[in-house]
Design a binder for this molecule. Structure first.
Ligand SMILES: [Fe+2]
Length: 388
């Protein structure tokens, strides 16, 4: 919901007669958050979006937590997470709370079904892979380094380019809306001069190729913590035009303009998105603090009431012991963390970093998924202690 956008054909006035070439009426659909008072889009379908032939609850989606979680720093390697499957149905939960879940998937097949998450906004960070996200709003090409933002209820279908190598996605599912941070915007919603990105960096659907096909089309809808299957009697991507503030978009980490200072700047400098009780930040390759006396690494910090999760996407992480590309670390609230032994000395005089990382801070405690018990690397918790 960044700003107003319109694609395709629509009548001059809302809620007026709009006819198909065959003389029938297009079906108008308002997709509105919070009833009729939140952000919305108005779509024009060839066929009413309501002609469902059957509906059933297909499978439960329960994220089981490790109830024996002890308080310590965590380190996971996504290379040890189960691979393959569907980009929508085979997501492995890693950490979650009532505001947001972080999941990981390495899909190797394209979905036959159409998918809609009706209980959460999604933000998918494309670690590797490329393809097209098809949606009722039009197609969106995606590539490595993209954040693909899908507000709840947007019907879509992933089309992975399977010849371009293994796709790897970090998935955020958020109960509240995922937004451009309000502090980056003026009071009419324009992104401010000085923000780390602008409207031109937000890539959006630009055209529609409406499908006018009858048949049985399966829609899988995540709602009530379950996958529900609805069979629609026509192709759901039959929209000829739409406008409004709700649409899917991509933003690439390479388009984040990083900030640096004479001395170290804290993580809010890197903020990219916000949601209910969480932020998502991009640590992009950048110049480092330039004062001759500057320490270019973070100082030790205790993030009280904030859980800090880092996904290491690209670059050289030699400074952090045992951590490399594809790793996830969790530095929970209740414990200080900071540079590991020797890291500060090694960093002095450095002028730039090529690290690319996605950080996710939550303001409520996170629960560790039970599936992560087996791939947690317990030695990480003691990696600050040179005597162990
Ligand atoms: Fe930190």
């Amino acid at each position: 919901m960044p700003f107003y956008h319109a694609v395709g054909e629509m009548p001059r006035k809302r809620h007026t007669v709009f006819r198909r070439p065959d003389g029938g009426l297009y079906a108008e659909e308002l997709m509105g958050h919070e009833g009729f008072v939140g952000t919305s889009a108005l779509l024009y379908h060839i066929h009413p979006p309501t002609t469902v032939k059957s509906a059933r609850r297909l499978r439960e989606l329960v994220w089981e937590a490790d109830d024996g979680t002890s308080l310590r720093h965590r380190h996971f390697r996504t290379a040890q997470v189960r691979r393959g499957g569907s980009p929508t149905l085979d997501r492995i939960p890693i950490l979650f709370n009532s505001d947001i879940g972080m999941l990981y998937t390495e899909p190797d097949q394209n979905d036959a079904h159409f998918y809609r998450n009706s209980q959460a906004d999604e933000c998918i960070y494309v670690v590797e892979g490329q393809g097209t996200l098809e949606s009722v709003f039009g197609d969106l090409p995606f590539r490595q380094g993209d954040y693909v933002v899908l507000h709840r209820n947007i019907l879509h279908r992933w089309r992975l380019d399977l010849s371009a190598g293994q796709a790897k996605f970090v998935v955020f599912e958020s109960r509240g809306h995922i937004r451009i941070p309000t502090r980056y915007m003026n009071n009419v919603g324009q992104i401010l001069e000085g923000a780390p990105y602008c409207e031109r960096d937000i890539r959006r659907p630009m055209e529609l190729k409406p499908h006018d096909e009858r048949g049985d089309f399966p829609l899988l809808v995540k709602q009530y913590n379950a996958i529900n299957e609805l069979i629609l009697d026509h192709h759901p991507f039959d929209v000829v035009g739409w406008d409004g503030y709700v649409w899917p978009y991509t933003f690439n980490a390479d388009d984040f303009e990083p900030r640096a200072g004479r001395f170290h700047l804290p993580p809010p400098t890197h903020q990219t998105f916000e949601g209910r009780n969480f932020v998502i930040c991009t640590f992009a390759p950048r110049m480092l603090d330039w004062d001759p006396e500057a320490v270019p690494l973070p100082y030790h910090h205790s993030n009280i009431q904030s859980e800090e999760v880092m996904f290491y996407a690209a670059g050289d992480y030699a400074a952090r012991k045992g951590v490399g590309i594809g790793c996830i670390t969790l530095h929970p609230s209740g414990l200080p963390h900071g540079p590991q032994p020797g890291a500060v000395e090694r960093s002095l005089g450095a002028t730039r970093t090529d690290e690319l990382a996605v950080m996710w801070d939550t303001f409520g405690p996170l629960r560790l998924a039970a599936l992560m018990r087996d791939i947690d690397r317990p030695e990480y918790a003691y990696s600050w202690n040179p005597d162990r």
